[in-house]
Design a protein around this ligand. Sequence first.
Ligand code: FE2
Length: 288
Amino acid sequence: MHTITQATLKQSRSIDHLVEGIETSDGAGVKLTRVLTGKLQRRLDPFLMLDAFGSDDPDDYIAGFPDHPHRGFETVTYMLSGRMRHRDSAGHEGLLENGCVQWMTAGRGVIHSEIPEQEDGVMEGFQLWLNLPAQRKMAEPWYRDFPSAEIPEYVTGENVTVRVIAGSSNGVAGAVTRDETEPLYLDIHLPAGATFSTALAETHNAFIYVYRGAVQVGNTRVESRRMGILSNAPASDGVTLTAGEEARLILIVGKPLNEPIVQYGPFVMNTQEEIHQALDDFRNGRFA
Ligand code: FE2
């Protein structure tokens, strides 16, 4: 971990609008908040979904996510707290623990399970779905776990701690890079009174999700458990956040693919025909 001098911006993006997630459940009954839903997929291209989960009641998470398929995109699970076992049909297995990131490229298809390995305590984290470009949707599946110690971190002069899960921020390269979608994924911890800035590519879509405290972006206050979609203003070269009280949030940014999005549950392709093919391949055991 090292201290860096953060970017001086000409102009910060502002909050375009605030989104309150939808309480739902998925898998075998895991309670979660779906923050990025289908109707925001075009606005937040290349991101398809963001779920936030967090509970200290085992009934809310214990059943986990038994075997289910994916095709056509990548899943990024960030475990703030808890223990979850991953197994997939491509032969990958991993234990996700406090502060760890799991990055899975489903590509042409995997069947996997995500099952808690704890019977009490807190389970908290996020699952993000990142789209693949048309020419990579049928790529070979790929999988990697990054234990907490392998996630690059830096601290600013104002004692803001930043974990760089993907992309690059203030000169610090993250755990994962992707050429086509150029994702930036930061977990940012601000002490009370601190300000944080990072440069953002002006063509990219961006949002924050606050999970502790509250932050101010321009004139807008973003409370805990709220997503703030950042404006796409050509004159803005990044984002500046200020925390009146101690705050934690994730910042997620990506380059839009501008391709058709056709989703049927866990399959996200470009055409209806490719969805029919995915269902046919899955039903006939042609996934990895
Ligand atoms: Fe999954």
